[in-house]
Design a protein around this ligand. Sequence first.
Ligand SMILES: Cc1ncc(COP(=O)(O)O)c(C=O)c1O
Length: 405
Amino acid sequence: MSHVFEVEDLRLAPAYQKIPVALVKGRGCRVWDVEGREYLDCMSGYGVALLGHCHPRVVEAIKRQAELLITCHSSLYSEARAAFLERLFKLLPKGLDRAFLSNSGAEAVECALKIARRYTRRRGVVAMVRAYHGKTMGALSATWEPKYRAPFEPLLPNFKFVPYGRADKLREAVDEETAAVILEPIQGESGVIIPPQGFLKEVREVCDERGALMILDEVQTGLGRTGRMWAFEHFGAVPDAMCMAKAIAGGVPMGVTVARREVMESLKVGEHSTTFGGNPLACAAASAVLDVIVEERLPERAWEVGGYFKRRLQEELEGVGLVREVRGMGLMLAVELRLAAVPRVIPALASKGLLALYSGLNIVRLLPPLVIGRGEVDEAVEGLKAVLSEEWARSKGSSGGPERE
Ligand SMILES: Cc1ncc(COP(=O)(O)O)c(C=O)c1O
């Protein structure tokens, strides 16, 4: 076993389902491990390496900023922060006018929940069945999966869940005590679930009728991943507040919550803060990320290459007995299996040089860099086909039958 595995397994909280790969280097869509083995990365650090690994513009921006100034608390002004904000707000719809800068997706959600309570002076939150918003206590209260929640209960009170896509249930749940409805425009962690057309518009309508805020969590879907800069653009409903993180600073930790001016301005001095939020290093990296997304037209590219990827997966995999469905939008794709994706399928893919994610128990999720090319897509499809065919044959051959999800 690699020394790296030994140290991590001994010293880190056993909080992650580990894949036995120890990385040292990344370029574009490729990463390399301690033994020099190369992998095609369709995991991207859970959707972070949107521009590919170590994009030269991001590396250059980080180097330059690191030599100038790394930390600058938000109680002081920062040139790098202002430059980032100018870029960010050019990409947002009118009405989302103010930001709070933090360090992760969960923190971006915490801020959104706090401002919803602060602005509306109400307590209730309506979230979606199978939602994922992170694992800090507030974000976890809006996360649905019982196995994440149960060990830590009681969580925040007054959170309700309604089935994703069911406007009728939403109407029943949202009342004059509801501060916010929070949802992902496409559910990511639960396996790339696309809502029925019209659902986001109905959420918007219900929120307007009842005076609740609509919070969209674009932590995974934002910045071009689904083929538009923001996934909500596919569905024609603009939220009152929105959360971003993951790819926004190219791998340097950053979370961003944006909201309507009057909503964010309900927050008074000292009511919310974080030491690292808006640090110049993350802001400089984020400016470079936004520049590259715009200049290289990455949302359009994600739409085009993502369409090709989905078609190829459908052509090659839907005939494999193990595969129940291929779905997704842009470069946010899922292959739902008839048996568990962990512990066998994901490590088997890694051993063949393909890094992929799992969602739930039986879904292989693909979040490749948006710069992935058609040749690399073909390579990923081949790898998946080989491993899934082997696993299907193995499961049929084994006396106990398939290892069910
Ligand atoms: C939609 C969504 N919201 C929030 C989070 C939490 O982000 P983080 O892990 O940075 O706290 C995630 C992470 O996967 C996510 O997919």
